[in-house]
Design a protein around this ligand. Structure first.
Ligand SMILES: [Zn+2]
Length: 285
């Protein structure tokens, strides 16, 4: 990325070490950074240590300059545990980055990071407009956790007390919305085989609830809506969901995202889902 295009700076973040800050206004959906890892890591500590030993001296310098909150393990492993990002959702393997690993945490992030196995790069996209000077913040958490669970996870894995806008004070309303989202999420796929209309209703309920807590995280639910409609051959509805899915995905992960081509195909032809028409036809709208 050239200096002209760069829209961030890494500098001191009071009370948090270093952090990433916007040097100009950044629009929702913009790709802030794409970066190749300094080093890949896995649960196999010997393999990870070997990968670290094999880094160039310059990369080692950048790696050992990263923050380490785990003093109970060798420094290199502590740095990996503090800074590594998973290679995709649910992945066991992870990677450490010179710049991306400097992005601090909040429970209400303004960016989304994603791994693309084809380009072997991690991407950072703005999920809301970010004003010049604002800190660029990601979430180290899985989605939809209540305050107590978020705090427990961050204390255990990153040794800090989160003081973000969501954690500053207990928010029973937020926690109850999150719990309802989790319940409805489970019901979407449970009902898909027996009562798809109900399933679609749960998708719509979740989207309303997501709007109550900031509106992020809709893409997987648009996918559910699309998949269920396509399975039951309601292609008019499937087309609507596929359009929403593509639009939301581009905002989250951009056209360089791993699933972009697939979601573009669904939007062009809602019948192209691998399970399209596999269930008895039903109009679900
Ligand atoms: Zn927080």
């Amino acid at each position: 990325m050239s200096a002209l295009q760069q829209c961030y700076v890494i500098k001191d973040a009071p009370g948090k070490g270093m952090g990433m800050f916007a040097t100009r206004d950044i629009k929702r959906g913009e790709c802030i950074l794409s970066e190749k890892p300094l080093v890949f890591a896995s649960r196999n500590l010997i393999k990870t240590q070997r990968a670290i030993d094999a880094m160039t001296e310059l990369d080692k310098k950048a790696f050992f300059a990263l923050h380490n909150v785990h003093s109970d393990v060798p420094t290199a492993i502590g740095i990996v545990r503090t800074n590594a990002l998973p290679l995709g959702a649910d992945a066991v393997d992870c990677a450490v980055y010179k710049v991306m690993s400097r992005v601090n945490h909040t429970c209400a992030p303004n960016v989304h990071h994603t791994w693309n196995p084809k380009t072997k790069k991690e991407y950072l996209h703005a999920i809301e407009d970010i004003a010049t000077g604002s800190e660029i913040l990601t979430s180290y958490l899985e989605p939809f956790l209540v305050r107590e669970d978020r705090m427990k996870f961050l204390r255990k894995n990153f040794k800090f007390e989160c003081r973000c806008s969501l954690c500053a004070a207990p928010s029973p309303e937020y926690d109850s919305t999150v719990n309802r989202i989790k319940i409805y999420s489970d019901l979407i796929m449970t009902c898909a085989s027996t009562n798809p209309k109900k399933s679609i209703q749960f998708v719509r309920e979740v989207l309303v609830l997501l709007d109550k807590i900031g509106g992020e995280g809709k893409t997987p639910f648009y996918y559910d809506g699309y998949q269920i409609s396509a399975m039951y051959g309601d292609y008019t509805l499937a087309q609507e969901w596929a359009n929403l899915l593509l639009e939301s995905y581009i905002m989250d992960e951009g056209e360089e995202g791993e699933k972009y081509e697939r979601y573009l195909k669904y939007s062009k032809n809602p019948r192209s889902h691998e399970r399209a028409g596999c269930a008895p036809r039903q109009i679900l709208s």
